[in-house]
Design a protein around this ligand. Structure first.
Ligand code: SF4
Ligand code: SF4
Length: 320
């Protein structure tokens, strides 16, 4: 079958008048990061310092919340712990009741920056583990103890491998179309993201225009429509490749062991054209033949005692 003919597209359902996407929505709380992973798909190693404010978070969630309800709101960066306003952003996110689940994704190096009252607002903290970035076992033990006290779950997601993500040279139409049609981020997962008043179909499309200097923004202006629901519904159902897809490998970049690189060299990884960094097996597979799983990520979630889970739920319901 011709991959460009694949009919696969994200499936959106309506529930109580709101659009429910397939998975989660990211709220970008900071662009920059304290480490520099090769091929970071948020391009954080070269990002300038930028922090979301609680007021801006409140404005965007209040605008989108009445028409859109993901299963999970994921607070992410860069490294979100670098944002000194994170506790207030968590208060805003909890009060907004934007999604049934609130998860913070962190590289785990600054865990002591999150006070207990902010930790208690989360359903889950997901610590991303990288082989080249050890986290002291004592620090994880302290987090687990604090989290158990306030009823928040702690998950560890290990990324032993990454895939090449960006290509600064522009891919021709046919190649960009095949990458887009086979991209799990844009299709099976629909990894939506909110940043600076705009809604993105994938986090890569936030950063590619700046990196590749393409002078286009694939984001949807949350505050530029009188009637948001029909505009967003139409935007989501326009399953077409974006300008950013011409500088992206989607989920079919070649796989390599996770590595830290010097920030000054980070962008060099994106200098090759897309065709030089593709995984030939994945490139040959249409989206419907691919596994839903992220093959770079291994998750471990220790079961918490029933009483701790119930306590956490009650506590968040009372503080929400
Ligand atoms: S921890 Fe690594 S992958 Fe995550 S935002 Fe920082 S540089 Fe990117
Ligand atoms: S920009 Fe990249 S991640 Fe986003 S839909 Fe296009 S190929 Fe997929």
């Amino acid at each position: 079958m011709d991959k460009s003919m694949s009919p696969s597209a994200p499936v959106f359902v309506l529930s109580e008048g709101k659009i429910v996407p397939p998975t989660h929505c990211e709220l970008i709380v900071t662009d920059h990061c304290n480490i520099s992973c090769q091929s970071c798909n948020h391009a954080s190693p070269t990002a300038g310092k930028w922090n979301l404010t609680p007021d801006a978070a409140a404005r965007d969630l209040a605008r989108l919340g009445p028409v859109y309800r993901p299963r999970e709101l994921r607070l992410i960066g860069g490294e979100p712990m670098l944002n000194p306003m994170l506790p207030d952003i968590l208060r805003v996110a909890r009060a907004a009741d934007f999604a049934p689940m609130l998860r913070l994704v962190t590289n785990g190096l600054l865990l002591d920056r999150l006070p207990d009252d902010a930790l208690a607002l989360l359903d889950e903290v997901e610590v991303s583990r990288y082989p080249a970035v050890p986290i002291a076992p004592e620090a994880m033990a302290v987090l687990r103890k604090r989290a158990a006290r306030v009823g928040t779950r702690v998950t560890e997601a290990t990324y032993a491998s990454f895939r090449a993500t960006f290509a600064l040279p522009r891919s021709p139409d046919a190649l960009a179309e095949t990458v887009f049609r086979g991209c799990k981020v844009g299709t099976l997962w629909a990894c939506h993201a909110i940043r600076k008043g705009r809604f993105y179909k994938c986090p890569q499309s936030i950063y590619i225009p700046g990196m590749a200097k393409i002078g286009a923004d694939d984001g949807f202006d949350l505050h530029g429509h009188d009637d948001l629901f029909p505009a967003l519904w139409a935007h989501l159902h326009r399953h077409e490749r974006m300008s950013s897809c011409h500088h992206c490998l989607g989920t079919m970049g070649r796989k390599f062991p996770h590595a830290l690189v010097d920030r000054r060299d980070w962008a060099r990884g994106a200098e090759a054209p897309a065709q030089d960094n593709l995984d030939p097996d994945l490139f040959a597979k249409p989206i419907w033949a691919q596994s839903r799983a992220d093959d770079c990520r291994t998750v471990s979630t220790p079961r918490r005692p029933l009483i701790a889970r119930a306590f956490g739920r009650i506590r968040r319901a009372l503080t929400g």
